[in-house]
Ligand binder design. Structure first.
Ligand SMILES: NC(=O)c1ccc[n+]([C@@H]2O[C@H](COP(=O)([O-])OP(=O)(O)OC[C@H]3O[C@@H](n4cnc5c(N)ncnc54)[C@H](O)[C@@H]3O)[C@@H](O)[C@H]2O)c1
Length: 315
């Protein structure tokens, strides 16, 4: 049975992707610096876990050498808000960690490496057309910069060593249970989920701030396709489906919860990070044509409806 190692495997995307890959017949091993037992407790899931720090080469090399994965999915990172507050840590984990994973993969003969970048590599403070994967990158945010540099290292390992590297650029992920963590974009879920659960929500960005988005199940489908395909024609794939302002999401939530208690109190970090990708819309034509990716939720109304459906069915 072929083995997939997921770095950052204890996080929101990691555990969910692990479940998909296990269903597809893969042995999955999760690597993270910390695991919450509650996030791993999913019916039918049997996951191996290894603790370590992606920023320490020896930790990464030891695990890759021990389990001989055919595929590594590299998710370990600190997210947008935390990167702005601590650029040194951002560089150490996001850039250094990506390099460590690439080099360990090269030394141990890993066949495929799937890496998550982000729509934050694009920044657009004025209106632009939908951005495809070949649009030039010049991020001014620390997180986007670490992701952009990480991508370059990935493409270098493909060019120089022939490593089969596949890079995903997700939009901000909307999905119930996505905790705030260090992401400046966590409002995109909380603004929907908290009022649906009858709780007040203070949104840390302005009503006209906006983010590129993807629903978590669509993203998992795209990532699973990247992991499971024998070959892919390109190195980089956008996995984002639409964008919405905070005000638009609030309006859609109020159609379902008329007395939703949503207020806007922009936090300087979240507001400035999100402001930089205000006009970003990702074109996902390449993923559609080359991976057969057909996201189900492609408008802000779809995302709110999907989230509402999941929250209601869990209650
Ligand atoms: N969530 C989003 O909206 C979003 C959007 C675009 C891209 N991404 C990218 O997708 C990936 C996964 O995101 P997520 O939403 O699951 O985030 P998450 O914060 O839930 O998961 C990230 C995981 O990485 C781990 N990690 C951090 N530093 C580490 C280190 N030094 N060593 C080992 N593990 C470490 C964390 O403990 C965490 O479990 C990240 O690379 C992120 O940048 C996320």
């Amino acid at each position: 049975m072929s083995t997939t190692l997921i770095t950052g495997g204890g996080g929101f995307i990691g555990v969910r992707l692990a479940a998909r890959l296990q269903t597809a017949g893969r042995r999955v091993v999760l690597f993270d610096r910390h695991f919450e037992p509650s996030t791993l407790a999913r019916p039918g899931l049997d996951l191996e876990t290894i603790e370590g720090d992606v920023a320490r080469f020896d930790d990464v090399h030891r695990v890759v050498a021990a389990i001989h994965p055919s595929t590594v999915v590299h998710l370990a990172a600190i997210l947008s808000g935390q990167c702005e507050v601590d650029p040194v840590l951002a560089f150490t984990i996001n850039v250094g960690g990506t390099f460590n994973v690439l080099e360990a993969a090269r030394r141990e003969g890993v066949r495929t490496l799937v890496a998550t970048s982000s729509a934050a590599v694009y920044e657009a403070t004025t209106p632009v057309s939908p951005l495809d994967e070949d649009a030039p990158l010049a991020p001014i945010g620390v997180y986007g910069m670490t992701k952009s540099v990480g991508e370059e290292w990935c493409r270098f390992y493909h060019r120089r060593y022939g490593l089969d590297v596949r890079i995903a650029r997700p939009g901000a992920v909307v999905g119930p249970g996505r905790v705030a963590g260090g992401a400046a974009s966590s409002w995109t879920t909380a603004l929907i989920e908290e009022p649906l659960r009858g709780r007040p929500y203070v949104c840390p960005v302005a009503e006209d701030d906006s983010s590129p988005l993807v629903y978590h199940t669509d993203l998992l489908d795209g990532l699973a396709r990247l992991c499971l395909a024998d070959q892919v024609p390109s190195r980089t794939y956008n996995l984002g489906t639409c964008r919405a302002t905070a005000g638009e999401l609030a309006r859609l939530v109020r159609e379902r919860v008329p007395d939703a208690r949503i207020t806007f109190q922009p936090d300087p970090v979240a507001h400035s990070v999100v402001g930089r990708w205000r006009y970003v819309v990702q074109s996902y034509e390449r993923a559609r044509l080359e991976l057969g990716w057909q996201p189900r939720f492609t408008t802000p109304a779809d995302l709110v409806a999907a989230c509402a459906g999941e929250v209601m069915s869990a209650e």
